[in-house]
Structures are given as C-alpha cells and as structure tokens.
Design a protein around this ligand. Structure first.
Ligand code: GDP
Length: 308
C-alpha cells in the first residue's frame, strides 16, 4: 500500500519533478564544494515550479547565508538543506490547522472552491477513501445552483456506493445540509461530506450562501464544519492563491485539496500555499478516477520532488 502510494504520488508529480530535477539534479549529484551557481539554479527551479518568487528567493538567500557562515560547504549537503527547509514549511502549516472533533455527531467536511476545480469529483474520492477505511459516509449535494452538479454527485455516489442527500435545483443549500446531517445522525453515519456551489450570480451571494451552510452545520453538530477544504486546480498555479484569499476569510478554510497535479509542472504551488496562506494541503488529486486521490504527506512530497 505504502509503496503504491508513493509510486502514484511520484507519477502525479512527474511533470513537476522532471522539470525541477532537470534544473537542479546535476547540482545534487555533484561532489566537492557547493557553488553559488547551484543555489541560483535551485532558485530558478523553485520559481519555475510555481513556488512563488518571494519564497523561492527567501529559501535561496537562506542557503546563501549558510554558505557565507560556513555551515553549508559541500554540494552533498545541498539536498538535505533544502529538504529540511521545505519540510519545516509544510509541517508548520499543518500544525497551525489542527482538525478537532470533540463532541458527538458526525464529522462534517465542507468542500468549497470555484467551478471546474474538481470539487464534486473530490467529494466522491474522499468518500470512497473513508468508506474503505471503515467509515460510514453521507454526501450532501449542496450545489443546488446547477441541476447538473446534483446529478453528477448522484452518479459518483452510486459509483462509490454511498448515500447522497439532495433536493431540487434552486433549493436552499443550507436545507440540504440540514437534511444530510439529520440523515447521518439517524443512521448513524460517521461523516457528512458537503459539495457546494462554485459560482452564483455574484461572489457576495456565494459567500452569504456558504456562511449560511456553515451556520446550519455548526448549529446541528458541535464544532462543525470540522474541516473546510478549499479545492484548487494545480494547473492554474498561483491563481489558486488569489482564489484562496477570496474564500478563506468568509468560510474559515483550514485545508486545501490540490487537484490535477497529474497535468502540470506547477506542484511547487503546495509550498506557496503553505507559506502565503499558512494552509496545509490535505489531499492531492492525481487523475480522474475514483482512486486518484492521495492523502498529502509532507515527507513523501518533498522526497518525490527532490529525488534525482
Ligand atoms: P467542480 O466543478 O469543482 O465540481 O469540478 P468537477 O468535479 O466537475 O471536475 C472538473 C473536471 O476536472 C472533471 O473533468 C474531472 O474529471 C477533472 N478532475 C478532477 N480532479 C482531477 C485530477 O486530480 N486530475 C485530473 N486530471 N482531472 C481531474
């Protein structure tokens, strides 16, 4: 399981990894004194992977400073030095956003994000994972803005074998969430996973709607929603940061799902998300199939990125 997981992650990160290692692999394989050109190349590789200019420069400057101080002297030390820094960054974002569920009732997870990022698909993928781990799950089709969204979730729910609570197009999403939580309590089920709209007539309307969904969840289950996951499409790279800022404040995002990592060399955006938003990536999407979702592990990610 662990082996196939790492293989899938590597495959998902293939484009990012290949481009990254093309630029820095040679520096990593060198022996002898570390040279400033190695750091320059590393800086370029980070920027090209969409790590963000500011963060890339900062990381490179820290390494330059280590060279100046004499604590980084050989080329062999370069990879462990950058590895440690990237891990720190990812682990800090993770520990800043603990997911706690203390009271009774189902765990409630809310997925938010703009249309097309992969929200509905991800709801189904997470449900499948949970089910495989022995949890019982109820889905809530709270994107009532588009009939197609409800139908799509119903198709997915059937495919992965979990119940979905839905209403007619245009219904109040908060009412759907209320029903789904009631259904989960009655069964009883361990988790409710909520799909939400990515677009309404205005952004303000969307935020108001998500806020209402949040309130209903909080009223029905202590501490809910326990997880609010922002779904971002990796192929849009740093655009995702903008989206996160638009959603973050209103809906209390405490984690990110980065989808479509299989189709881009911009995997460095995971680092930018951790640095700029202080948010951890919890899952990565690496394909369109039900099994193409991996729980994000900082160490596996950094190793898959830096392996030459
Ligand atoms: P939503 O509008 O946010 O609910 O997005 P959907 O779940 O409908 O997904 C939009 C498209 O992205 C669909 O064609 C999905 O198959 C595709 N998609 C979702 N996740 C991934 C992924 O991790 N990799 C790839 N390659 N495609 C994905």
């Amino acid at each position: 399981m662990a082996g196939s997981f790492v293989k899938k992650l590597k495959h998902g990160l293939l484009m990012t990894h290949t481009e990254f290692i093309e630029k820095v692999g040679e520096s990593f394989r060198r022996t002898g004194p570390v040279e400033s050109s190695h750091i320059d190349r590393l800086e370029e590789a980070l920027i090209a992977a969409d790590t963000g200019v500011e963060l890339s420069i900062r990381l490179a400057d820290e390494l330059r400073e280590e060279i100046r101080k004499g604590s980084l002297t050989t080329a062999e030390e370069l990879r462990p030095a950058i590895r440690g820094r990237l891990l720190d960054l990812l682990n800090t974002a993770l520990s800043a956003n603990p997911v706690t569920q203390t009271g009774a009732g189902p765990k409630v997870t809310l997925l938010v994000g703009v249309n097309g990022t992969g929200k509905t698909t991800t709801v189904a993928k997470i449900a499948k994972r949970r089910k495989e781990n022995g949890a019982t799950v109820v889905l809530a089709a709270a994107d009532t803005f588009r009939a197609a969204a409800v139908e799509q979730l119903q198709i997915w729910a059937e495919r992965v074998g979990v119940p979905v609570i839905s209403q007619h197009e245009g219904a109040d999403p908060a009412a759907v969430v209320y029903d789904a939580i009631a259904s989960a309590k009655a069964r009883p089920a361990d988790e409710v996973i909520i799909d939400t709209a990515g677009r309404l007539h205005t952004h303000a309307n969307l935020m108001k709607e998500l806020e209402k969904v949040r309130k209903v969840a909080a009223r029905e289950v202590d501490g809910a929603p326990h997880e609010v996951l922002l779904v971002l499409d990796a192929t849009t790279g740093s655009n995702g940061i903008e989206q996160a800022l638009r959603f973050g404040a209103t809906v209390g995002v405490n984690g990110v799902v980065l989808t479509k990592l299989d189709g881009t060399a911009k995997g460095g955006v995971i680092l930018a998300i951790a640095d700029t938003l202080r948010l951890p990536v919890r899952w990565v999407g690496v394909g369109e199939g039900a099994d193409d979702l991996l729980p994000f592990d900082p160490e596996d990610f950094v190793d898959a990125l830096l392996e030459s």
